[in-house]
Write a protein that binds this ligand. Structure first.
Ligand SMILES: [Zn+2]
Length: 119
């Protein structure tokens, strides 16, 4: 299973259209992009911290350890300024979710393929 497929499976288990920020999973059944990936893998998103999630997901999806930059023009608000202008893809996923409110599947495709045309 790749990252896009994990997020897709997680999205199927959660409510769409709501963008959850600042936490992985919330009642009732909403999840951020990383929370969705955890759910897609069958991992307990509701009992993990974001840090735990990033460590677990990097083990499964090496793409999340790649150094990436934010695709949004003129963005300079990456989560940790010391990572700017690039951060690893897991933090970029959180940033796109929380700061730019991208839909989860758009983030998943961008992280995996560098493709921002999908939805
Ligand atoms: Zn940005």
């Amino acid at each position: 299973m790749d990252f896009v497929e994990a997020v897709r499976r997680g999205c199927e288990q959660t409510i769409g259209g709501i963008i959850l920020c600042g936490s992985l999973y919330s009642i009732p059944r909403t999840a951020c992009v990383l929370g969705a990936a955890l759910l897609g893998l069958g991992l307990p998103a509701s009992s993990m911290t974001t840090r735990m999630a990033i460590i677990a997901l990097r083990d499964v999806f090496p793409v999340l350890s790649q150094r990436r930059s934010c695709p949004v023009p003129d963005c300079c608000s990456l989560p940790d300024p010391s990572y700017s202008p690039q951060c690893d893809a897991a933090l970029l996923a959180v940033h796109l979710n929380d700061d730019h409110r991208w839909q989860r599947m758009r983030i998943a495709h961008y992280i995996q393929d560098g493709d921002d045309s999908g939805s």
